[in-house]
Design a protein around this ligand. Sequence first.
Ligand code: OVM
Length: 403
Amino acid sequence: MTATAQAPTAVPTSDVDPFSHEVLEDPLPMHEELREAGPVVYLNRYDIFAVARYDETYAALVDWQAFQSAAGVGMSNFRYEKPWRPPSIVLEADPPKHDAPRRVLQKVLGPRALRRLHDGWAADADALVDEVLARGTTLDAVADLAATFPLRVFPDAVGIQKTGRENLLPYGDHAFNAFGPDNDLVQKGAPRVAELSAWVNTQCQRDVLNPTGFGADIWAASDRGDITPEQAPLAVRSLLTAGVDTTVHGISAVLYAFATNPDQWQRVREDPGLARVAFDEAVRWESPVQTFFRTATTDVRVGDVVVPEGRKILMFLAAANRDPRRWADPDAFDLSRDPSGHVGFGMGIHQCVGQHVARLEAATLVTALARRVRTIELDGPTKRHHNNTLRAWESIPVRITLD
Ligand code: OVM
């Protein structure tokens, strides 16, 4: 028989649980297993499809018509299961509904809007570094820097109230856990969901927000009719959900990368202009957001497999970001590579709308460190923080030498 089109073939399967503690501790072996199994893999444990290679992950990310977000970008399908909170109006929406709030956030968080924040954040970063180094030269890169700096600058930039800010990280941690299966990590967060959600939702109200800030800018967009007044608080909620844990763990990643790659630290010291590319390389290398799901809107062919309509597909951003088919020496943290094209911020219409904010936070902190720190090295056992979606650190003890 001479086939003109390739017939769909049997899909490779895997019994792996990507959300088990063993895998969350070190997902890299699983990423390789799934990449090498084929362009698409069926995960028996959850009855879902998965992509772990760069090309297929990229293709799924940009094809919003075949791979919808409105049925949820976690494992749960909103067609059958009630979401833990009202869905996000950007993340968990498709065109056309997605587009107006997306445009508003893109403007509010865009490079032009951020220019007026740069000098203040650079000064805040210098002040934090001075403060931390005044306490000594052994510190925890997570607790003292990565978890501190975003919380000093971002909530003020949004314009929320001062009290209760300690709720931001636990709320985000739960939101990112909730994209995974209903496992122990989700159960751990469940008792505080009502309390944390109530606090976050209060911060999204117009009368609570500082008159200058991203939150007020979003409400102003609703005055102009760019979004509805019902959408405004949900757009603010997106910032508070997606903008804290991600940057904390992204900054942890770049600090860990430097602590374990002293030659790369010397490069950024010599040329602090490399701080931004260093952050993007760290986002590629570590992929703080490891995974997102989509739902097939139709029978869709991926590689030589048909993913049936209505089924979930799990995109391993982290595995794509280290796919040797795409990246030379993918496991190396290397400032001389061009990391652009990594899918750590996603790709296509849902690509991280806060990425410029994240880069500004990371670059100002790395630049402040580069001014004073000659060397940075690990100083004791590191500890991971497990989350169903995030690749995170609990602790990175480091020892620093100064100029
Ligand atoms: C949202 C949102 C966007 C991106 C990531 C995310 C929890 C949430 O719009 O709420 O993770």
